[in-house]
Design a protein around this ligand. Structure first.
Ligand code: PLP
Length: 387
């Protein structure tokens, strides 16, 4: 079976972990974390980078530091993982879902604007598959309304929009180093921002409500309880894995991009023949090959997945829309509320994509898709997605 994804781990990660383990300096937010944060700042061009135990925790940390709470609303895509919505609900705030742009599956800026009310405190967007959202339009909506834009860049490390790194363009950005992401430490995340006030408060919340970070920098002579808090600090042992991964960012991203390019090229004739759709790529942004998506006839999607798996290709579906999930329904949403999101979810096929894939495996996946979609399955004929 060719898996959907696989972490790109090798001797560099092994050596880095052993070195930190042997040093005994495995505590949280130590010198290895600092080194990773420094390299994230340099690589991504933001002023502050705070490592956390996951992207979900970085989301919680961000909302806590922004004081988002009961009575507040946050606009976010329904085509989404649960983390963002769960973090909003956990604060007692209300998630307000928005529709996607069917050509990219990224949030639709015009729909975001329609859902802004006097209670909206933040706009959250995901760069799906590592392909940039329409950042000029989203930033314009955000500026016009005076509401901060938060980028969930969990898919997007190393991807850019107009030459700038995703995750560093809005008020705050979030990264995930989960085992399925381009760079991984198993479980880890980061909060990125260039807003000093947000960073300083988040630093305290991350350290159980204390000013330990300031103490470690020698800015105060003892540390104490300052604010609300929790524990979101990452162990230096995991930061060691991340440091080795970051040094390989270019290598890993280039390999993923090459595979993604090959898929786009190979599937163009199938898309031209109307047997599937490919996501639109923006000329001003550069994706990072995080994942590769085909949209097929929703009536046949499950059959396509089954046929691909029978051939040993680990293809899968992706997000179940949040608005129609059991918890989304408990918030008053219903299936039918976001037809484009539902159609995308019902049509979606994700193909294996990871840096360690061999060219033979890539060609095998392509041949399997070609055979599966070459007439055994009726041509794509749903709502005119992306038309
Ligand atoms: C993976 C992912 C998350 C969650 O990341 P964790 O590090 O596992 O908490 C959140 N949002 C998106 C879009 C993701 O892909």
């Amino acid at each position: 079976m060719i898996p959907l994804s696989e972490p790109a781990l090798g001797p560099e990660e092994e050596a880095a972990v052993l070195a930190v383990l042997r040093s005994g300096l495995i505590g949280g937010n130590g010198r290895t974390c600092k080194e990773v944060e420094r390299s994230l700042r340099d690589l991504l061009g933001c002023e502050f980078a705070l490592l956390t135990t996951s992207c979900t925790h970085a989301l919680e940390l961000c909302l806590l530091a922004m004081d988002i709470g009961p009575g507040d609303e946050v606009v976010l895509p329904s085509f989404n993982f649960s983390s963002m919505a769960a973090a909003i609900v956990r604060q007692g705030a209300r998630p307000v879902f928005a529709e996607l742009d069917p050509s990219t599956l990224n949030i639709d800026p015009a729909d975001v604007e329609r859902r802004i009310t006097g209670r909206t405190r933040a706009i959250m967007a995901i760069h799906y598959a590592g392909e940039s959202c329409d950042m000029p339009a989203l930033l314009e909506v955000s500026t016009r309304a005076g509401i901060p834009l938060i980028e969930d860049a969990a898919h997007a490390v190393g991807a850019t929009s107009n030459g700038r790194n995703l995750g560093s363009l809005g008020y705050a950005g979030l990264l995930s180093f989960h085992v399925t992401k381009n760079l991984t430490a198993g479980e880890a995340g980061a909060l990125l921002t260039s807003d000093e006030k947000l960073a300083r408060r988040a630093e305290i919340i991350r350290e159980k409500g204390t000013n330990r970070a300031q103490f470690l920098r020698g800015e105060v002579d003892k540390y104490t309880w300052m604010d609300i808090g929790s524990s979101y600090v990452l162990s230096d042992l995991l930061a060691a894995v991340l440091l080795a991964q970051l040094r390989r960012l270019e290598e890993i991203t280039e390999r993923r991009r090459r595979i993604s390019e090959r898929y786009f090229e190979a599937f163009a004739p199938l898309a031209d023949a109307g047997r599937c759709r490919l996501l639109r790529r923006d000329a001003h942004s550069k994706a990072n090959g995080h994942l590769f998506v085909l949209l097929v006839n929703p009536a046949e999607r499950d059959d396509v997945l089954e046929k691909l798996r029978a051939r040993g290709v680990g293809a899968t579906f992706h997000y179940v829309p949040l608005h129609s999930s059991p918890f989304g329904q408990s918030l008053g949403y219903r299936r039918g509320d976001f037809p484009l999101t539902e159609l995308a979810s019902d049509s979606l096929v994700r193909l294996p994509l990871y840096a360690g894939m061999t060219d033979e495996q890539v060609e095998y996946v392509i041949a399997s898709v070609e055979e599966t979609l070459s007439g055994a399955v009726p041509a794509y004929s749903g709502l005119e997605i992306g038309a």
